[in-house]
Design a protein around this ligand. Structure first.
Ligand SMILES: [Zn+2]
Length: 89
């Protein structure tokens, strides 16, 4: 098959029909850069996941604070009721 071009350097590729690159250098370069972009993509995704987790943890912390403040309000009400009763007796 003629007219195949190396995706790295653009030179014509000679040899077996399933050969994609003109040389080992181009093949290795291509595979290395593929690994780099994959790693970069993984890093990006990990960063997004990490920030999602942090946001969830913040939401959890806010929720816990809400519950705690609610509990303390309830205790305040209960203790004021007891105080009121003690004062009347
Ligand atoms: Zn090449």
């Amino acid at each position: 098959m003629k007219g195949r071009k190396c995706p790295v350097c653009g030179k014509e590729v000679n040899g077996r029909s399933d050969k994609r690159f003109c040389s080992d250098e181009c093949r290795i370069f291509y595979n290395n850069s593929l690994g780099r972009t994959r790693r970069a993509r993984n890093r990006k995704q990990l960063g997004a996941i990490r920030s999602n987790i942090m946001e969830l943890e913040r939401a959890d912390a806010k929720f816990m604070l809400k519950i705690l403040s609610w509990i303390s309000k309830v205790f305040r009400v209960i203790s004021s009721i007891f105080k009121f009763r003690n004062e009347r007796e």
